[in-house]
Design a protein around this ligand. Structure first.
Ligand code: NAD
Length: 268
């Protein structure tokens, strides 16, 4: 069965990539593309916007208008827009792949409530490589957490608004869970001035923003006499786009529930 896909935030950096990934995927078909209300792109062809040729999909600025046209929505927008779109998807029984990051605790709770009505895939990072890294981090944390200091350094393009990245935070969670710690208690976000010597149980985060960096993450396990580094570098957003389209087709095998890319890639 071909998965009919809608993309919200279609004019965004990820939106255009998601259109390209859906168009190029054998098992999926782009059937709807949505932009901000009042956008001058309304009526334009989604394929032409994404540089993949005319697809016969006219861009709209209201998801409700095209709700009968798709099986799964892929949403990489902003927390507020994602929450509005999730409400509509829940009302109409549509699967949803969510790439948006930067939710507050309250927003995340509201979003996750829809898992009883529809299948949701929520992942801080849809690339295969990063999801493999989450597994490698579990092993590294199991072996090294008690005898090393753990630091996470990430870099992204100058337009990214949330920090640290959702991926860096997820990496911290994976390590903290494996080491029996609570990330909220042990995370240290940046350092300045004179402080106490480092507490071994903490997990440090450092953020770099600039240029056109697609996304880079390095986790360091710094022990006495040696250190292990696990690094992932994304060189194209298609790594996220292809993963999200794969997740959309996979979600259609589920009635409802909350999933992530570990489930989609059978990495559990
Ligand atoms: P972007 O700013 O280029 O695009 C966001 C799009 O969403 C824009 O076109 C904007 O018009 C639209 N939008 C935002 N708020 C809206 C609203 N209230 N109503 C309607 N449309 C709205 O950003 P981007 O780089 O494409 O990233 C989008 C999100 O995806 C960010 O949260 C980013 O962190 C996340 N992201 C996740 C992954 C992943 O693998 N999970 C990968 C890359 C980016």
């Amino acid at each position: 069965m071909t998965t009919r896909i809608a993309v919200t935030g279609a004019a965004g950096r990820m939106g255009k990539i998601l259109i390209e990934a859906a168009v190029k995927s054998a098992g999926a078909q782009l059937t709807a593309a949505v932009v901000r209300p009042g956008s001058s792109l309304v009526g334009a062809d989604a394929g032409e916007l994404a540089g993949v040729g005319k697809q016969g999909v006219a861009i709209v600025d209201n998801l409700a208008e095209v709700v009968s046209e798709f099986d799964a929505l892929i949403d990489f927008t902003s927390p507020r827009a994602t929450l509005e779109n999730a409400k509509l998807c829940a009302e109409h029984g549509k699967a949803m792949v969510i790439g948006t990051t930067g939710f507050s605790d309250e927003e995340k709770e509201a979003l996750l409530a829809y898992q009883t009505q529809i299948p949701l895939c929520l992942a801080a990072n849809y690339s295969t490589g990063v999801n493999l890294c989450f597994k490698l981090l579990e092993t590294a944390a199991r072996v090294m957490a008690s005898e090393s200091d753990i630091e996470i350094v990430e870099a992204h393009h100058r337009h990214k608004v949330d920090s640290p990245s959702g991926t860096a935070l997820r990496m911290g969670e994976v390590i903290a869970d494996t080491a029996g710690r609570n990330l909220k208690d042990v995370a240290v976000y940046g350092r300045e001035g004179i402080s106490e010597p480092r507490d071994r149980d903490t997990i440090g985060f450092a953020t770099v923003r600039g240029g056109d960096v697609v996304g880079e993450h390095t986790v360091m396990f710094l022990a006495e006499g040696e250190r292990v580094e696990i690094t992932h570098k994304a060189s194209s957003r298609l790594a996220f786009g292809n993963g999200a389209v794969r997740a959309a087709s996979w979600l259609l095998t589920k009635e409802s529930g909350l999933f992530d890319m570990q489930d989609v890639l059978s990495l559990r």
